[in-house]
Design a protein around this ligand. Structure first.
Ligand code: SF4
Length: 215
């Protein structure tokens, strides 16, 4: 597992390349952010933005989303992966926001994870991007990059999140996750061919050492 100093250097080096990264999803309200995050599972951000452009025209808030037939939601979000589950979750989530939270997106991990389709990763992304409350979302890119570096003791998202937040200040968390995700998408790809030759992290990477006979 990495030390605080190693995480700090990782942040600084990635920040030097990518800078302060905004959330790539388009939204005008926290409810719309929640919907976009829900749709982004197994779907590219660009496609989510195309879908939400249409979806938010007719369902911009919990009241309108809850009033839509699930079949209508499914029809709109069909270009997205696993759209049947997502349409049910969008509908039930909007209904729960109305029945339990006064139509507002709640501001705590405990409450957010009660909503259908919202786990810790999504809740952290909503807290950080929607409310400015520090959170460290751990997605598949974060797991892969930190594991390859040798900075994660295992591949359990909750444990990786706990490791990182224990070793870094809260003000780093949201952008740290964005930076690692960006690096995972652009350089440290899934599969057998990450672009280690051009990677600025190769000097500290376990995967690189192991795959280049340096151990
Ligand atoms: S050196 Fe290779 S495996 Fe390591 S972080 Fe960079 S791209 Fe990923």
């Amino acid at each position: 597992m990495a030390t605080s100093a190693q995480f700090r250097k990782l942040y600084d080096d990635l920040f030097g390349v990518y800078g302060e990264l905004p959330c790539p999803l388009n939204y005008r309200t926290v409810f719309q952010l929640l919907c976009a995050i829900m749709l982004s599972a197994q779907c590219r951000d660009e496609r989510v933005n195309m879908i939400t452009k249409e979806l938010f025209k007719i369902a911009p808030d919990p009241e309108a989303m809850a009033a839509l037939e699930v079949g209508k939601i499914a029809e709109i979000i069909k270009p997205c992966g696993i759209y049947r589950n997502k349409s049910v979750n969008l509908s039930n989530c909007a209904k729960m926001l109305l029945s339990k939270f006064g139509g507002e997106v709640p501001r705590s991990m405990e409450e957010l994870t009660q909503l259908p389709g919202i786990g810790r990763k999504s809740a952290n992304a909503i807290l950080g991007n929607g409310f400015g409350i520090p959170g460290f979302p751990v997605d598949t890119h974060v797991i892969r990059v930190l594991s390859r570096l040798g900075y994660a003791a295992n591949v359990d998202p909750a444990k990786i999140e706990a490791q990182v937040v224990a070793k870094t200040p809260p003000k780093m968390w949201t952008n740290f996750s964005h930076l690692i995700i960006a690096h995972g998408r652009r350089i440290c790809h899934a599969g057998k061919h990450p672009e280690c030759e051009t990677c600025i992290l190769s000097d500290r990477c376990s995967y690189f050492r192991n795959h280049n006979g340096l151990l």
